[in-house]
Design a binder for this molecule. Structure first.
Ligand code: AMP
Ligand code: MG
Length: 494
């Protein structure tokens, strides 16, 4: 009999019971020397995973995939995907394992998922492993997003496997345990649509509606409503990314979750100075997924989702295409509305008025031309209402340009009907001081990888957990990278 670990968790695996053919049974490889190096205590408690039920060694065995939890039924999920525009009909969890689903303390269904736990039926020749650096990066990014109130999957644990794995260099192997509201991707729909298995697409659409959008069930055309709902969540998600300067880096359709959560943090990064073509991934040569392209790429991905739903939207092909095309065209205006609404809060404006879009466009043109640090600019803006504009002027190549803009902004700010104190408070609740700046992330990863020192990683996480509250002693975390850090490049998390 297979050895299992008693966790006290009650698994409720709806994906497995309702979606036969969407996964294959899979199991983790026994890690040679699993060691737990990070455990997200608060998230674990939310899931009902009590640390006192399991000792650290048992947690390491469980969360590295070495020994399954009793009552769990681990599987790897299948999907397809457009990768940088080209369609790959067969992808799937090549190095991931869905341990199972849990109903958390708040009554919400959550996937517990391992990444890097070894080969699966979908590995396609890959080793099924993950390196420590990318695992820590995903953990940092997920926690940063959570603190920034942006929907994202979160890290539950990081385990070192004790194994060396071969990448460009020899790396330490690690496993990320992560929690998501589901792992249904645009690519999950594409897998079955590409095989003309329309009954499976319908099954998946019904399951998705039940799990994520139950309020749509009774709508006249629930599948059209599903398309709209996914589109709307995605548009708002990208607006939130762009307004904190987040570049996902690999927005392939297999990396876009239907739930609207940020998923699969690979070569992602945050900008320092603003530039719409900011792009860090070493493999994204065409800058397909650059900062300012993300909304267009999300729209493109939604169009791929729509294609899979056409027969469900209307039995008449032409009619279905016409309806879906109109919905996809709406993406831009929905995105722009969300973006402008959220930007207004960042600028201390309680309402969006006519002319604000032009005002916003001018602002971003100015930030780009003047090489302004994005995070420092927005955070510093509220302080200028007290009369001191010096700190912000210093961020500009030409302070005169800022002065002219600031006069316009101040008059718009003061003419807004809400009291200034309220507006300042809300600005400071959406403009972070601390973001995972690239040089800080690299510093944390390097200390862990090269010196086995996780204190830098821990310190960074503690700072990022409170991004809006300024704390003395943390000045270095609010600053852009030093010049010698140079242009930043990220590598795929494989
Ligand atoms: P990603 O770029 O991480 O989103 O991965 C794209 C596809 O490649 C997914 O199907 C992954 O499961 C698969 N993949 C990535 N890395 C590995 C690996 N080391 N071994 C097997 N499959 C992998
Ligand atoms: Mg992926």
């Amino acid at each position: 009999m297979t050895k299992t670990i008693k966790t006290g968790l009650t698994f409720d695996n709806s994906f497995i019971s309702q979606l036969k053919g969407f996964y294959l049974p899979s199991k983790g490889e026994q890690a040679p020397k699993p060691k737990l190096i990070k455990f997200n205590q608060t998230l674990a408690e939310e899931l009902g995973l009590k640390h006192n039920m399991l000792n650290t060694d048992e947690l390491a065995l469980l969360l590295s995939g070495s020994i399954p939890a009793s009552g769990s039924n681990p599987v790897s999920q299948v999907y397809a995907g457009h990768q940088f525009g080209g369609f790959t009909p067969q992808l799937g969890d090549g190095r991931a394992l869905l341990l199972g689903e849990i109903i958390n303390k708040n009554g919400l269904r959550r996937d517990i998922h391992l990444k890097g736990s070894g080969q699966t039926p979908y590995s396609r020749g890959g080793d099924g492993k993950a390196a420590l650096g990318p695992v820590l990066r995903e953990y940092i990014m997920g926690e940063a997003m959570y603190a920034l109130k942006i929907p994202a999957t979160r890290g539950l644990a990081v385990t070192i496997t004790g194994e060396k794995i071969n990448r460009q260099l020899v790396n330490k192997g690690a496993v990320l345990a992560r929690v998501a509201s589901s792992h249904i991707r645009v690519g999950t729909f594409q897998y079955f649509a590409a095989r003309h298995q329309q009954d499976k697409v319908k099954l998946l659409a019904d399951y998705t509606i039940n799990r994520h959008f139950p309020e749509l069930k009774e709508n006249q055309n629930p599948y059209l409503s599903l398309l709209r709902a996914v589109r709307d969540r995605q548009a708002d998600l990208i607006a939130q990314w762009v307004l904190v300067g987040f570049v996902h880096g690999v927005m392939n359709t297999d990396n876009m979750a239907i739930s609207g959560e940020t998923i699969d943090f690979g070569p992602c990064a945050f900008i320092d100075t603003y530039h719409s073509s900011a792009c860090y991934s070493s493999i994204d040569k065409q800058k397909r997924y650059a900062l300012g392209n993300q909304s267009y790429m999300a729209q493109w991905n939604i169009a791929r989702l729509a294609e899979t739903l056409l027969p469900l939207i209307d039995s008449d092909d032409d009619k279905a295409i016409e309806i879906a095309t109109n919905e996809i065209h709406e993406f831009n205006s929905i995105y722009q509305t969300q973006w402008l609404k959220r930007l207004a809060t960042k600028l201390g404006l309680s309402k969006v008025k006519t002319g604000d879009l032009e005002f916003a466009d001018d602002l971003f043109k100015m930030l780009q031309a003047q090489h302004v640090d994005f995070t420092q600019f927005f955070r510093g803006l509220s302080d200028t209402t007290k009369g001191d504009i010096h700190a912000l002027q210093k961020l500009f190549d030409n302070p005169q340009i800022f002065n002219q803009w600031h006069k316009k902004w101040l008059s718009r700010f003061l003419s807004d009907s809400l009291p200034s104190s309220k507006k300042i408070k809300s600005m400071n609740s959406v403009n972070p001081i601390y973001i995972p700046r690239n040089h800080l992330v690299e510093e944390a990863l390097q200390a862990a990888e090269q010196n086995n020192d996780f204190s830098v990683f821990e310190k960074l996480l503690s700072v990022l957990a409170n991004p809006y509250n300024e704390k003395s002693g943390l000045e270095k975390f609010a600053k852009p990278a030093p010049k010698e850090f140079g242009p930043y490049k990220t590598f795929c998390g494989t």
